[in-house]
Ligand binder design. Sequence first.
Ligand code: PLP
Length: 778
Amino acid sequence: MDKTFSKEIDRELARLGVSPETAGPKELYTAVSQAAMELLMPRWKEKAAGKRACYFSAEFLLGRVVSANLLNLGLLEEWNDWLRQHHLHPDVLEEIEDDALGNGGLGRLAACFLDSAATQGVPLDGYGIRYRYGLFRQKIENGFQREYPDDWLRFGDPWSVRREEESVVISFRDQQVRAVPYDMPVIGYGEKGVVNTLRLWQAEPVEELDLTAFNNQDYDAAYRNRNRAEALSAVLYPNDDTQEGKRLRLKQQYFFSSASLQSILRGYITRRGEDFTHLPEDVAIQLNDTHPTVSIPELLRLLMEEHLLSFEEAFPLVQGVFAYTNHTIMAEALEKWDVELLLSVIPQVYPYIVLLHNRLRRELRDRGITGKEAEPYFILDGTRVHMARMAIYATHSTNGVARIHTDILKERALKEWYALWPERFSNKTNGITQRRWLALCNPELSALITDEIGDGWLTDLDQLEQLVPVLEDGAVVARFQQVKEEKKRQLRDYVAKREGFELREDFLFDVQIKRLHEYKRQLLNAFAILDTYWGLKEGRITGFQPTAYLFGAKAAPGYYRAKGIIKYIGEVARLINSDPEMKDLMQVLFVQNYDVSYAEKLIPSADVSEQISTAGTEASGTSNMKFMLNGAVTLGTLDGANIEIVEQAGAENNYIFGATVEQIQDPGRTDTPEHLCEAQPRLRRVVESLVDGTFDDGGTGMFRELYDSLMKGASWHKPDQYDLLLDFQSYCDARLRANRDYQDRGEFAHKCLVNVAHAGPFSSDRTILQYAKEIWGL
Ligand SMILES: *Cc1c(COP(=O)(O)O)cnc(C)c1O
């Protein structure tokens, strides 16, 4: 092998003044990253001529980038050789923080898309914010979540290049800031691979220091501007579904939208001059949810104010450039901005929103839509701006992220829009990159697959279909079982270190990992665990396959009820883990600080993937796909991409339960929480555990509040909004079926492998090629 890379690592270490023997994780990280950057720099500078797509996203949840980059560069083996040669542990880089500049699925999707585009040779660049602190680090103390700042730059940022000369100025009513881009290479894997760019903007003061104030010895004043500027990109909002710190959040959205547009226009003018008619031939911009939607009036403003186009010239260009992805139908997550707030932050944008609103009204009038009938379309409703409406109206494409989600958009949530512009709507079912979610996180299963069908699956996941005939070979199934056992042992060791908990690697692993939210129903899982516990104690359940129930989830810091659920799971865990009779039957563990790197450990070890959202609430989900690819069966509802997963892998190889979206949303429903509890004593008993003294919420009243939310509701929503009680019985039945089936390990492993073999359609390579062809015209 050509040892240029190893030599480069040695040189970088020497430059840092250390040797391989004396280097700590930080030095090793810096050296290996810089060595790789040296090697890839020539490729990064190559830019193919032609149209480029831009992915605007407030979040990029990259996880640890170093190993993924080395894998994609084809340098991972040489790095591992280098470590072995110096007697260093292959896990030395595990201390390096994740890049956690995102909350959950939406941010992780953005990261998977970048990887897939670079790998498939699609010219796609990411644009977002370089938050100083990413999503908080979570600890569980006395069963309660505590948040700590995520100092992700602690180990430096060797993969970014600061591009001072490409800075732009962003104006707000009360301040101006400088947006400085930090560019990261996005490295494609394999032969078609290219190097794209993720450009993250950092807010800085226009002037370093107010020297006059400084000279007057008013140091506070001297630094005030700097602090106010830096506050803009200081923190990621830990909410993906409610609006907090509204003013600052709006500033962040405008900040990265305007900066990205200015930089894109600058590039266009360099190539084409001031004739903007070719803009949609050169640039496509995908809006990842409504967070960057202020880009729409901002591009109008830039074209009209700075480049003197008329509205009727600028509008079709804007519409041709932008496309919008909808990620949720939950009312509270559909962003609406108060006009007053908007005027106090970015008044310059408002007139362009008015222009859009009026143009829409004219179009509606021309189609005979007036009065009440026109209202569901209004971008401005008097006091607020409806961002999703603006996004649908002023773009040429609106897409949902799984088939059921897109159908709900067309038939319910956005039916008025679909009626007028059906051709704008399409579905793009989400996906995940198999490079991170199989090759990197599960080299053992990857080796099995590659031994059977070759390594073409790394860039063409549909090749997994070739496993189908192979699965009838008992030796392959047995090898899969050994892989699963090995991944469980690895997780056991990791969990022992991180949590001080002794996981039983001989148990069935049942895993629910995702953000904590009522609609995702972690509480339903906890109820079913408690019911199983009582069933075992009473002898109602026999022949039970010992199970470890694993949870990982962060709750938004202001989401009181979600925090109550964490505490409740902790109480259930305490009861069960401390009961000697359960020693060889059940374990419950809530792991701390669930993030991408933890997901990479948990998913390959899982037997059962918990995907139990209320039908009609989870737009797609992507952890469901990660589990499938790593050989777990889905225990889930007919929601999001679960539907497409069982369609591919067969209902007989998964465990589907619960009410369908039609049943959930049936206006003729008569069931009430009280009736359901009346008819089902076991359900009554688990629900009552919230308030009957079984558990202790530390005097916070959290459990009473949870109880009331289920049984009484609140003024703004019905009781048991997410229908835990309705689905309880069928959930218990389905998970017991899975438990019984686990008795026959060979048969169960076969089901798992059938899932792997049919995971091809859930590669984000497939998704990104659909965006490229059907939306971006690449
Ligand atoms: C994949 C992923 C998610 C999304 O999980 P869902 O279960 O689909 O909501 C969230 N967080 C992390 C860290 C992930 O890797």
